[in-house]
Design a protein. Structure first.
Length: 360
């Protein structure tokens, strides 16, 4: 079986849940990633063979900082990409036929389903929201985007089925929706190794900071030193950060293992972060992400879970984290939830593509 897996060009969250799923697929299934997410990410995260075919067919959201969307730039860029996609459709479908692609999976590139329809091969969406969900909210500011939004809805409707990852937004345009649990990378608790490698006390509380790699440089990261019982870790350098902030070298440590070892995640709220906190039993301190339709669904799920602490943007940016950190430190960590969506996804892939006429 050969799967062509389209992954949105927005950030790393979609790619992170994709590798969590694809690492569980049997090696007999050939996986080809079609995306602009850097190949180095897959080289680091994938534990099985894969192929990489870089291309961009969507743009996600163009942001001015970690939580603020530039609506005009986003919709203008997508309109340009959609025009290019229309020209590329025949060639992309021909490429699928030439390379004997048995099925297309997309998270959540709408054009992928157009390609599958043109190539006459089955297709499956795996996501908790779509760009239609997000862009629909922006239509009041850009009514000229209506035709592109309608085309996007039509493309999503071409999918044979949707695997709706929990917590999922409403996506009524898919012909068939299959509920699925969360998907996230499950890590191992390596607190002792972390303490040894970074020369910190094994009694220190560990906070994992993830706000993306741009747009939050105005925060006074030196003030992290006020939390003297905590050691903080992240993927990116923070300007002027205190000595109790440490960068993670992903060549040495897997990020998922930090998620399984930390006491709290301090972050913007996205699906990948939420899912990995759920499956690793990691409480969340987060700032609002208004104007992004996925946020409300995720915030409700975190509230129901009972281990999330929403701070106002002002409190978050000024590092008024004392009460939230104290609350986290005073309570037992939640039990990890199973990444149950993976099993549902694998079974659906077999049900859809193994019974297809494209298998001899």
């Amino acid at each position: 079986m050969k799967l062509l897996y389209y992954i949105t060009s927005h950030g790393y969250g979609h790619a992170a849940r994709t590798v969590a799923l694809c690492n569980k697929l049997p090696s007999a299934i050939e996986v080809v990633f079609r995306t602009t997410v850097p190949e180095a990410f897959f080289n680091r995260e994938m534990a099985r063979p894969f192929s990489y075919a870089p291309a961009q067919f969507d743009c996600g959201c163009i942001q001015t900082d970690g939580v603020t969307v530039d609506i005009d730039a986003t919709l203008s860029r997508y309109m340009d990409i959609a025009k290019a996609n229309a020209i590329l459709l025949d060639n992309e479908a021909a490429m699928c036929r030439k390379n004997n692609v048995d099925g297309i999976v997309s998270d959540i590139v709408p054009f992928a389903f157009n390609v599958a329809h043109e190539a006459k091969i089955p297709s499956l969406a795996i996501t908790n929201f779509t760009w239609h969900t997000i862009y629909k909210e922006y239509l009041k500011d850009r009514p000229d985007f209506a035709a592109d939004l309608a085309l996007m809805e039509k493309q999503y409707a071409m999918a044979d089925a949707l695997l709706a990852l929990s917590p999922a937004s409403s996506m009524p345009y898919f012909a068939k929706a299959i509920p699925a649990g969360p998907i996230g990378r499950k890590g191992d608790n390596i607190r002792d190794l972390i303490a040894m490698a970074f020369g910190i006390s094994d009694r220190a509380k560990i906070g994992l900071i993830y706000i993306g790699n741009f747009g939050m440089n105005d925060m006074l990261w030196k003030d992290l030193e006020q939390f003297d019982e905590w050691e903080f870790f992240g993927l990116y350098p923070l300007p002027g950060a205190a000595k109790n902030y440490h960068c993670i070298d992903q060549k040495t440590f897997a990020y998922r293992d930090f998620a399984a070892s930390a006491d709290v995640m301090i972050c913007k709220l996205g699906y990948g972060t939420c899912a990995e906190c759920f499956v690793n039993g990691l409480p969340i301190i987060y700032l609002p992400r208004r104007g992004f339709a996925e946020y409300e669904c995720l915030a409700r799920a975190v509230l129901q879970w009972g281990h999330g602490h929403e701070l106002s943007s002002q409190m978050f940016r000024s590092l008024q984290w004392h009460n939230a950190l104290q609350s986290v430190a005073s309570r037992p960590k939640p039990l990890p939830a199973p990444a149950s969506g993976i099993e549902t996804c694998i079974q659906t892939i077999y049900d859809m593509f193994d019974n297809s006429q494209h298998f001899a």
